[in-house]
Write a protein that binds this ligand. Structure first.
Ligand code: NDP
Ligand code: 2IT
Length: 448
C-alpha cells in the first residue's frame, strides 16, 4: 500500500514493539497511519499532543475467565475480552464476537477500526470491542445460555448506558443478546435497555437493527455507483458469508435491482445462476441454524463447491461479508480481471493490504469496511436514542435515517479524499475524516 509519513513511522514501530504477535492489530493500525501524513502536516497540534500515540493505546483492556458447564456437566473454560478503546466522542460502543479464533489481537484490531467507523457515523459514540474464543457451533441453546450468563457475570461491572454499550458481531445475534440482557438485569436489578443493542423488538430493540449492516453496506455501494453515474440495476453480485450481514446485503441488492448469484460459509460456496433464493437461506440459517450446503437439497440446479473460493466467480459487484483477510492480492486481481467494478466491505478488514492495493491501483469503486459497514453501529446508536426517549420508531422512519447516514458517510469520505488530493480513494477519505473528529475532541479534552 502507501507509505507511512516519516513523522509517523516511529509511532508505528512503537505499536509493533508494545503489542507483540497481534498481527491483525498491526495491520489495522498501519492502514490508518498510512493515511495520516497530510493530516499532521496541516495540524501540528496533533503531533504535539501525541494524539496518534494515544489513539493507538486502548483506554482500558479487560481480560477474564469464563467458566461454564456443558450439557454433560463437564467444566469448560473460555477467555473473555472487552477492549474499551476510545471515549472521546461518546460511551465505548461496539460488538462482541464469539469465535474460536478470537484473541487479544483480533479484539484490538476490531476495537481500533470501530473508533473511526463510529466517528464517521456522526453520532455520539466512542469505540470498543469484545468477545470470547467460545465456539457457538454445535452447542445447544442451553449451553449457549450458560456461557452467555457466565460471560455477563464478569462483563456487567464494566458496561452501562453511559459507559460502554456492547452489541453483536460474529457468533452473537439476537439469541445471545437476549441471554446476556437477562443476566445483566438479574445481577443489577435494573431494567436498563440502553446497556446493549440488538435487543428483541418487544424488550427495547429497534426495527431495522437486524437488517442494518447489510442494508447500510448496500446503500454505500449504491452511492459509490451513483458517483460513477451507474446503479445496481442488472448487476451480477457475489456476497461472501451467509450470516447476518450477508443475508441483509443480499436482500437489499435484490431490492435495488441487482442479482446475487453466490454466497458461502467457512465450508464452501453456493452458486445459483438464477439468483439466490433468500427465503430459503433465511430459513436454513436464521431458523434452523444449518449449513449453506443444504441449499442444494431443494435447489438441485444450484452448485455447492466444497472448500471453493467465492472470488473466482465472475461478478460486477463483490461484497465480502464474512471475516477479516478473506480477499488476498490474488483474489483481488481475479475479481478485477473478471470485470468487478465495485467492492463494498460488509465485514471488518476483509481485504489484505495486497488486495487493497490491487483495488486502488485498478481505480474500481472500493468502499472500506469502516465506512461501508457503519450502518450496523449507526442503527445501534439509533436504538440507544429510542431507549433514552422510551420510544420506538417505525421501520420506514428508521430505514430512512439509516440511508441518510450512509449517504452522508459516503459524501464525507468522497469529499475528504478530494480535499486531501486523492479523489476516489475512499480508504484515505474514511481514515482522515474519522480521525480528525476524534483528534479534535481529544485535544479539547486535554491530556486524558
Ligand atoms: P455471523 O456470525 O452472523 O455470520 C458470519 C458468517 O461469516 C458465517 O457465514 C460464517 O461461516 C462466516 N465466517 C465467519 N468466520 C469465518 C472464517 N474464519 N472463515 C470463513 N468464513 C467465516 O456474523 P455477522 O454476519 O454479524 O458478521 C460478518 C462480518 O461482518 C464480520 O466481519 C463482522 O465483524 C462484520 N460486521 C458485523 C456487524 C453486525 O452488525 N453484525 C456490523 C459491522 C460489521 P461459518 O458459519 O462457517 O462460520
Ligand atoms: O463491527 C461492528 O460495527 C459491529 N459489530 C456492530 C457494533 C454495534 O455496536 O452495533
Amino acid at each position: 500500500m502507501g507509505q507511512v509519513d516519516e513523522k509517523i513511522e516511529g509511532m508505528y514501530q512503537e505499536v509493533l514493539k508494545r503489542n507483540p504477535g497481534e498481527t491483525e492489530f498491526h495491520q489495522a493500525v498501519l492502514e490508518v497511519l498510512e493515511s495520516l501524513g497530510p493530516v499532521v502536516a496541516k495540524h501540528p497540534e496533533f503531533l504535539e499532543r501525541k494524539i496518534i500515540q494515544r489513539i493507538c493505546e486502548p483506554e482500558r483492556q479487560i481480560i477474564f475467565r469464563v467458566p461454564w458447564q456443558n450439557d454433560k456437566g463437564e467444566v469448560q473454560i473460555n477467555r473473555g475480552f472487552r477492549v474499551e478503546f476510545n471515549s472521546a466522542l461518546g460511551p465505548y460502543k461496539g460488538g462482541l464476537r464469539f469465535h474460536p479464533s478470537v484473541y487479544l489481537g483480533i479484539i484490538k484490531f476490531l476495537g481500533f477500526e470501530q473508533c473511526f467507523k463510529n466517528s464517521l457515523t456522526g453520532l455520539p459514540i466512542g469505540g470498543g470491542k469484545g468477545g470470547s474464543d467460545f465456539d457457538p457451533k454445535g452447542k445447544s441453546d442451553d449451553e449457549v445460555m450458560r456461557f452467555c450468563q457466565s460471560f455477563m457475570t464478569e462483563l456487567y461491572r464494566h458496561i452501562g448506558e453511559h459507559t460502554d454499550v456492547p452489541a453483536g458481531d460474529i457468533g452473537v445475534g439476537g439469541r445471545e443478546i437476549g441471554y446476556m440482557f437477562g443476566q445483566y438485569k438479574r445481577i443489577t436489578n435494573r431494567y436498563e435497555p440502553g446497556v446493549l443493542t440488538g435487543k428483541g423488538l418487544t424488550w427495547g430493540g429497534s426495527l431495522v437493527r437486524t437488517e442494518a449492516t447489510g442494508y447500510g453496506a448496500t446503500f454505500f455501494v449504491n452511492e459509490m455507483l451513483k458517483a460513477r453515474k451507474d446503479s445496481f440495476d442488472g448487476k451480477i453480485c457475489t456476497v461472501s458469508g451467509s450470516g447476518n450481514v450477508a443475508i441483509y446485503t443480499i436482500e437489499k441488492i435484490h431490492q435495488l435491482g441487482g442479482k446475487c448469484v453466490a454466497c458461502s460459509d467457512s465450508n464452501g460456496v453456493i452458486y445459483d445462476e438464477k439468483g439466490l433464493d433468500l427465503d430459503l437461506i433465511k430459513q436454513l440459517k436464521e431458523v434452523e441454524r444449518r449449513r449453506i450446503q443444504d441449499y442444494t437439497a431443494t435447489h438441485k440446479h444450484a452448485k455447492y463447491i466444497a472448500k471453493g473460493n467465492i472470488w473466482d466467480i465472475p461478478c460486477q459487484v463483490a461484497m465480502p461479508s464474512a471475516t477479516q483477510n478473506e480477499i488476498n492480492g490474488k483474489d483481488a486481481a481475479t475479481l478485477v480481471k473478471n470485470g468487478c467494478i465495485a467492492v463494498g466491505e460488509g465485514a471488518n478488514m476483509p481485504t489484505t493490504p495486497e488486495g487493497v492495493k490491487v483495488f486502488l491501483d485498478a481505480k474500481i469503486a472500493y468502499g472500506p469496511g469502516k465506512a461501508a459497514n457503519a450502518g450496523g453501529v449507526a442503527t445501534s446508536a439509533l436504538e440507544m436514542q429510542q431507549n433514552a426517549g422510551r420510544d420506538s420508531w417505525t421501520f420506514e422512519y428508521t430505514e430512512k435515517k439509516l440511508e441518510d447516514i450512509m449517504i452522508n458517510i459516503h459524501s464525507n469520505c468522497y469529499e475528504t479524499a478530494e480535499e486531501f488530493g486523492a479523489p476516489g480513494n475512499y480508504v484515505l477519505g474514511a481514515n482522515i475524516c474519522g480521525f480528525i473528529k476524534i483528534a479534535n475532541a481529544m485535544v479539547a479534552h486535554g491530556l486524558v
